[in-house]
Design a protein around this ligand. Structure first.
Ligand code: SF4
Ligand code: SF4
Length: 334
């Protein structure tokens, strides 16, 4: 279904959703930083800056309780956190490099173990993607076969128009329902042209060629070279729309506490630290190798997809300037 929505009507849609009890998450500024966060009104939404962290937090929070326990005398009670409590959510203004990562995450969260926390939020969330009109030097979605108008992952996709407002296209029943339930805010499509879209300048990477090199080069001098500066801070994984590792920890006392699911990162030394003291990834280059292998080989081996959407966040945030696009390009040029 193709429609048009004006800027003002998009704001009315967001405010209507909020006042009727839907959680609306969109890019907004929090203490000077753009982040995807719940809005209290449409006026808070920004559309001109890429949020520092990705939209995955709407489904997979940094930290969440999954169980609580209490002990009174000899009696121990354990209470599961009910995932059904999650509210209906609409994610608005999601960048294509974020939206496309969400179905990539579906594969791992609904594989042998069904992660009901992720899947329940996923079921209750409608994603409104938005085409990018700006790109910086770190963006490389086009190098990994995507684009600033990629619609995969979006239920409804908005393209900003030269004359104002947005061309809308629906891609799922959820997207169609959202339009049908607010028909008065949408009108028939116009002939107006799309605003000039972002044009990332990175060279195209042949992902099959990269994977084929990785298949044969678990051991290679390249790994020492690219990761010698890595300080193992994990920032690259935390900002990434596709990284999804987590750890389960118990926090509390003998009498009461919580079991929590916290983000983790393969860049951390403790990530593979065994109880015996042995660590199979004892050096940082081995940990960084895993990051590249997971994104461009292992995930593809298992799920037939690459685990990088070229959002460039890890490039922007790395405190020592490690550039994953340049490393993959180097492999591509071998
Ligand atoms: S690996 Fe880096 S560029 Fe690729 S999706 Fe993750 S944060 Fe973005
Ligand atoms: S952000 Fe940079 S320094 Fe930190 S773990 Fe990632 S690659 Fe290493």
């Amino acid at each position: 279904m193709q429609k048009y929505i004006s800027e003002q009507n998009l704001h009315t849609l967001i405010d209507t959703l909020i006042t009727t009890g839907t959680r609306v998450v969109a890019p907004r500024i929090n203490a000077g930083t753009p982040l995807y966060e719940p809005l209290t009104s449409a006026g808070e939404m920004i559309t001109d800056q890429l949020p520092k962290r990705s939209a995955k937090e709407a489904f997979f929070p940094v930290c969440e309780d999954i169980m609580t326990y209490e002990k009174e005398g000899q009696k121990v009670s354990v209470t599961d956190i009910d995932p059904n409590r999650f509210p209906e959510t609409v994610l608005v203004g999601v960048r294509p490099c974020d939206a496309v990562a969400i179905p990539v995450l579906d594969a791992v969260f609904s594989w042998d173990y069904k992660d009901e926390f992720f899947l329940e939020r996923r079921k209750k969330t409608t994603i409104i993607g938005m085409a990018c009109t700006t790109a910086d030097d770190a963006c490389f979605c086009t190098a990994v076969g995507l684009s600033p108008t990629e619609t995969r992952g979006s239920d409804l996709f908005l393209t900003p128009l030269e004359g104002g407002g947005y061309a809308c296209e629906t891609f799922s029943e959820k997207g169609e329902a959202l339009v049908s339930n607010h028909q008065n805010l949408f009108s028939e499509p116009t002939n107006d042209k799309a605003k000039a879209l972002a044009q990332p300048s990175a060279e195209k990477i042949d992902l099959k060629k990269v994977k084929s090199w990785l298949d044969d080069h678990f051991e290679d001098p390249l790994w020492d070279g690219v990761a010698v500066r890595c300080v193992g801070c994990g920032a690259c994984a935390f900002v990434c729309p596709a990284c999804h590792c987590f750890d389960i920890v118990d926090e509390g006392t003998e009498k009461s506490g919580k079991r929590r699911k916290n983000w983790d990162a393969c860049g951390f030394w403790k990530f593979t630290h065994h109880a015996s003291g042995h660590n199979p990834r004892d050096l940082q280059p081995k940990r960084y190798r895993n990051r590249i292998m997971h994104k461009f080989k292992y995930y593809d081996d298992k799920f037939g997809q690459t685990l990088c959407t070229g959002c460039g966040r890890c490039v922007r945030i790395c405190p020592v300037g490690i550039d994953i696009a340049a490393i993959v390009e180097e492999i591509n040029n071998k």
